[in-house]
Design a protein around this ligand. Structure first.
Ligand SMILES: [Mg+2]
Ligand SMILES: [Zn+2]
Length: 228
């Protein structure tokens, strides 16, 4: 778990782990995906799960997916709250979801922030893939079998650049629809329950295919790490 580990470093290429220990993950955006988006909130009392989120992540956990939160938290760089406040957020989220999180990664940066040490153009703020790549290295994840679930296209792009598939929860939070390279979701779902169903059915199909089916290859035409 690397809470804060990304603060002072640029994230580079993950060192490949032993293939037999690689595990699939579901990367989860926090605000607007797992929880109701209250902008820049770190008050645990105001954290409220999206409908169906807890049972969705519980099913993914039971199916063997590592659950990894990846969240842009520019409120740190903007001076709205201290980085330490995110520890409380992580604890409350974990409690509400009722399932172990394999990782909780956040990007505290923002290029035009007011707190100098965080006011940088980093490689972890989504759509950059840095948080996902760091998690892949830390947790020995198989990105070709991993998914990201998010509510905006920056989540989708980050996933594709990190080498995994992406589901967009189309709940109205994406408003710009800038459809440049790597930003087309592999699946669009109205909520977390349907997103989880899709991932679980996809995994089942892979098993029954009897060969090493690569979901990402079949669903996603172009995006690979290093495409840009
Ligand atoms: Mg979001
Ligand atoms: Zn960052």
């Amino acid at each position: 778990m690397a809470l804060g580990r990304l603060t002072n470093m640029e994230v580079g290429w993950a060192k490949p782990a032993q293939p037999h220990v690689l595990k699939p993950a579901v990367f989860l955006d926090k605000d607007g995906t797992l929880i109701v988006d209250v902008p820049y909130n770190v008050d645990p009392e105001q954290i409220q799960l999206q409908p169906g989120a807890a049972s969705a992540v519980q099913r993914l956990h039971q199916a063997g997916y590592a659950l990894v939160v990846v969240s842009n938290q520019s409120g740190v760089a903007r001076g709205y709250f201290a980085e330490a406040a995110l520890k409380t957020v992580e604890q409350r989220l974990q409690e509400l979801l009722g399932v172990p999180l394999a990782g909780f990664y956040y990007c505290p940066h923002y290029p035009t922030g007011v707190v100098p040490e965080y006011a940088i153009a980093c490689s972890c703020r989504k759509p950059e893939p840095g948080m996902l790549l760091q998690a892949a290295a830390d947790l020995h994840l198989d990105m070709s079998r991993s998914w990201m679930i998010g509510d905006i296209l920056n989540d989708v792009e980050a996933a594709h650049r990190a080498g995994c598939c992406a589901i967009l929860i189309d709940n109205g939070n994406e408003t710009e629809w800038e459809m440049t390279e790597g930003r087309s979701p592999d699946f669009t779902a109205p909520d977390m329950a349907i997103a989880a169903n899709f991932i679980l059915h996809q995994a089942k199909d892979d098993d029954t295919n009897g060969f090493d089916a690569d979901v990402s290859r079949s669903l996603r035409p172009s995006a690979r790490v290093g495409d840009r």
